[in-house]
Design a protein around this ligand. Sequence first.
Ligand code: 1GP
Length: 256
Amino acid sequence: MLNNAILSSLASRRTQGIKSFAVLIDPDKITDKAACQKLINMSIENKVDFFFVGGSLVTDDNYHSIVAQIKDNCHIPVILFPGSNMHISMNADAILFLSLISGRNPELLIGQHVVAAPILRKSRLEIIPTGYMLVNSGSPTTVAYMSNTSPIPNNKPSIAACTAMAGEMLGLRLIYMDAGSGSPEPVSPRVINMVRKSVDTPLIVGGGIRSAGMAIDALQAGADVVVVGNGIEKNPNLLIEVSNAVNDLNAALNIH
Ligand code: 1GP
């Protein structure tokens, strides 16, 4: 039977207006066990909702051990955020089955998926069909280069909205808008807002969120989940700041 616990929880949180915070662990950046443990402990203490693990280019071989370390030490769900069909770890809870719908690279729209499908079919991973949209952040990002696609311009909300709508009509269950890891600018609230009004799926937003204020801007514009990676690698206290801000926002919306 297909497992859909995480997708159901995201959909139900969306219905209730509950916002979520996901910490992205890039296996190339968190290379030692002690640093990973510190991040896990902080995430437990600050009630982080999800871990995303992955990146568009993973060169270190600790992908599986990071997933295992998180699973051994906490109950926060681990969701794979793969850059290719090589990034599958059976110990995780779920995988974002990403179709890069902002691009026109068939490998990332369907090709990699065909290779991954039989492996995923045998796994216990929850498979979450996700429309992945890159949004231009003003400078080239690893993900844009690696995917060989052009991101949607940050000042063209209608293109983003139509892309998300098409993704939803194709049956994708989540939309993830990403400015790319470490991007100088996050996805603009205007783009988020227009996409929010165009689809009913839960909406994940990440890339270039370097302050609690930016996270709140994205959530108030309509994101259901904000993802922060790079900013936390540079300043671990950002994890606490974003978590507090998300909790305050949820409390302000009368959610406990
Ligand atoms: C990148 O959305 C994620 O794919 C997170 O981006 O590392 O810039 O926080 P950052």
